[in-house]
Design a protein around this ligand. Structure first.
Ligand code: IMP
Length: 178
């Protein structure tokens, strides 16, 4: 499938599954070395990260746990602008190594807010792993410990990412056709 139509927009194939999985292999390899003996709690930020989290977890050989969180649709105002509240992280994470699993870092706002909220819960360390990163869109100073791939500043779908709810099921990534 080189093109797909979702709602009113056309998308063309841009990153095949094979390339995505090679990137996940590399992230997992690095985590297996860095996080050895740390018993990390992987925290999958839903919805977009479910495919990345699944493929990554299958490749981790170190002892680790996974938990799933969501960001509420509530928006307040915090130090970095609009704040979405992290919901679902109910376990005691004090003293733990937390690895946030994100689908994509675009402007960086979401991950900065999420890291801030997790830090308030007293973990030993908070690391960030993102499958995709748009360096040209991210003007903020974000510390990304693991990045699957850098991508251009275009709107994409697939591999968990959606356009208005659709396209998350696509195994490859597609870029919007302008
Ligand atoms: P940020 O706060 O601007 O970094 O945006 C992060 C969130 O925006 C991601 O978790 C996605 O849900 C969404 N997002 C950013 N870029 C895209 C894209 O190209 N396609 C689909 N969703 C995106």
């Amino acid at each position: 499938m080189s093109r797909v139509k979702l709602l009113d927009r056309e998308f063309e194939l841009s990153i095949p599954e094979e390339t995505l999985l090679k990137a996940v292999d590399k992230v997992a390899e690095k985590m297996n070395k860095d996080l050895e003996g740390k018993n990390p709690l992987m925290v999958c930020v839903l919805n977009g990260s479910f495919m990345f989290a699944s493929d990554l977890m299958k490749r981790l050989t170190i002892p680790c746990e996974i938990s799933f969180v969501k960001l509420s649709s509530y928006s307040g105002t915090g130090s970095t602008g609009k704040v979405k509240e992290l919901i679902g992280l109910n376990e005691d994470i004090s003293g733990r190594t937390i690895v946030l699993l994100e689908d994509i870092v675009d402007t960086g706002l979401t991950i900065i807010n999420t890291v801030e909220q997790v830090k308030q819960m007293g973990p030993a360390d908070v690391k960030v792993a993102t499958m995709l990163f748009k360096p040209d869109a991210c003007k903020r100073d974000v510390k990304l410990d693991y990045v699957g791939m850098d991508i251009p500043n275009d709107f994409i779908v697939g591999y968990g990412l959606d356009y208005d709810g659709y396209g998350r099921n696509l195994k490859d990534i597609y870029t919007v056709v302008e």
